[in-house]
Ligand binder design. Structure first.
Ligand code: GLN
Length: 382
C-alpha cells in the first residue's frame, strides 16, 4: 500500500540544477547550466587535505568549525571589509545552502514575512516555507535588474522579519551598489526588528573594477545580518560543500541551534587545509580578473550569435535573451537547446514564483576557455 502524504513543499520539484545537469549528461551536451567550474583547484590545496587526512584529522570537527579556520577567515574578512569579526561569530556550514537554511529557519516564525528579490536563487523560499514564513517578492526586470527600494519600503510592515539580499546576484549578475547598501541601512535603522540575510557567495567574482559591497562593511547592517560566504566558490571546490556564516553573537547563537542538528559540522581535514591555504591572498585577489576574462572571452565568442548578451557585472553567470531565436517558453527552449544544440543552460523563469518568462537564459562562465569556445561555436549556429 502506498503512503498518501500531504507535501510540506507542494510546489517544489527537483531543482533545475539537478534537472539540467542530468539532461546535459544524457545528451552529452556542454554543461553551462549548473554553476560549477570545470577546472581544477590548486594542487597545493589538495596536498594539504591529504596531509591532514594522513595526520589523523579524520573525526568530527567542533560544531562551529575548527578554530584555526575561523581565525583565518576572521583575518581574511578584516583585510577585505574593514571589520574584524571574532572567530566566535563565524560558523562553518555544509555549503552556503545549509547556511541559508540554518539562518532562515533560526529566525523566521509562522506568519513572519520575508522580503526577497526575484529572480531569486532557489534555496531561499523552501526554507522560508518550511519555517511557516511568507515570502514577499520584489521583482527585478531584464535587462537592468535594479533593486527597487521604493517597493521594498511599501512592502515592509510589522510582520516583516527578514530581508534576503544576494550580490553578486544569481542568476542575473547584477551587483548591489553603495547606494543600495545605504538604502538598506536606512531601512534597518528605522525598522528595528528587521534581520538581513546577505548571500555573498560570489564576493570575489566582481568585474570592471567594481567593488563588492558586503553587509560587513556597514556597521548598522552587520549588527543585524547573517553574511553568508562560500569556500567552494572561492577555491573552485564546490563539491567539498564548505560555506560559512558571519553574524553577531545573538544571531550566531540561534543559527548554531539549527546548524548543530542539521549537519552538526563540516569535513575536518578540508577545514584544516583551508585554514592553512587562506593565508595565500593572491589566490582570491586574482579572482575578479580571472573571471572577468572568462566573461569577456564568452561575450566575444558569442558576438556572432543571435543571442542578445548584457554583460554580467559579477558572479559565475551571464544572462542572454533568445528573443531573436525563438518564441518558445524558456524551459522548453532550454530543453530544445540541450537536445538540438548540445549546450545546457538554465531557464530563468524558474527563479520566479510566478514563472515570469522574459525569454532569458543563464550561462555559467566558470569554465575553461576551450569549453566556452566549444559552447559558443554551437550556439552561434542557431
Ligand atoms: N549555485 C549553483 C547555481 O546557481 C548551483 C547550486 C546547486 O546546484 N545547488 O547554479
Amino acid at each position: 500500500m502506498s503512503i498518501s502524504l500531504e507535501s510540506r513543499l507542494p510546489r517544489v520539484g527537483t531543482t533545475i540544477f539537478s534537472v539540467m545537469s542530468q539532461l546535459a549528461q544524457e545528451h552529452a551536451a556542454i554543461n553551462l547550466a549548473q554553476g560549477f567550474p570545470d577546472f581544477e583547484c590548486s594542487p597545493e590545496l589538495l596536498e594539504l587535505v591529504y596531509k591532514y587526512m594522513r595526520d589523523g584529522y579524520n573525526q568530527y570537527a567542533p560544531m562551529p568549525g575548527v578554530l584555526p579556520l575561523r581565525e583565518a577567515l576572521a583575518t581574511k574578512i578584516a583585510s577585505q571589509y574593514q571589520f574584524s569579526p571574532s572567530p566566535e561569530n563565524i560558523t562553518l556550514t555544509c555549503g552556503a545552502t545549509e547556511a541559508c537554511f540554518s539562518a532562515i529557519t533560526s529566525v523566521v516564525r509562522p506568519g513572519d514575512e520575508v522580503i526577497l528579490f526575484e529572480p531569486a536563487f532557489d534555496c531561499y523560499v523552501p526554507a522560508i516555507e518550511l519555517a511557516g514564513g511568507i515570502p514577499v517578492y520584489i521583482p527585478m526586470h531584464y535587462p537592468h535588474y535594479q533593486f527597487d527600494w521604493q517597493m521594498v519600503r511599501e512592502k515592509v510592515n510589522s510582520k516583516t522579519r527578514l530581508i534576503i539580499i544576494n550580490s553578486p546576484h544569481n542568476p542575473t549578475g547584477a551587483l548591489l551598489s553603495k547606494h543600495d547598501m545605504l538604502e538598506l541601512e536606512h531601512l534597518v535603522i528605522e525598522k528595528k526588528n528587521l534581520i538581513v540575510l546577505s548571500d555573498e557567495v560570489y564576493e570575489h567574482m566582481v568585474f570592471d573594477g567594481l567593488p563588492h559591497e558586503s553587509v560587513l562593511k556597514y556597521a548598522a547592517l552587520r549588527e543585524r545580518s547573517f553574511a553568508i560566504f562560500s569556500l567552494g566558490k572561492t577555491y573552485h571546490v564546490t563539491g567539498w560543500r564548505m560555506g560559512y556564516c558571519v553574524a553577531p553573537a545573538a544571531l550566531t547563537k540561534e543559527f548554531r541551534k539549527v546548524h548543530q542538528f542539521n549537519t552538526f559540522s563540516v569535513h575536518t581535514p578540508s577545514q584544516y587545509a583551508m585554514a592553512e591555504f587562506i593565508s595565500k591572498k593572491e589566490e582570491y585577489l586574482r579572482l575578479p580578473d580571472f573571471f572577468e576574462k572568462k566573461r569577456d572571452y564568452f561575450l566575444s565568442a558569442m558576438k556572432k550569435s543571435n543571442f542578445e548578451m548584457f554583460p554580467s557585472k559579477g558572479s559565475y553567470f551571464q544572462m542572454a535573451s533568445y528573443k531573436n531565436i525563438s518564441t518558445q517558453p524558456d524551459v522548453q527552449f532550454a530543453r530544445w537547446l540541450v537536445e538540438e544544440a548540445g549546450v545546457a543552460v538554465i531557464p530563468t523563469s524558474v527563479f520566479y514564483h510566478n514563472g515570469v518568462d522574459e525569454h532569458v537564459v543563464r550561462f555559467c562562465i566558470a569554465k575553461k576557455e576551450e569549453t566556452l569556445q566549444a559552447a559558443a561555436d554551437r550556439l552561434c549556429k542557431i
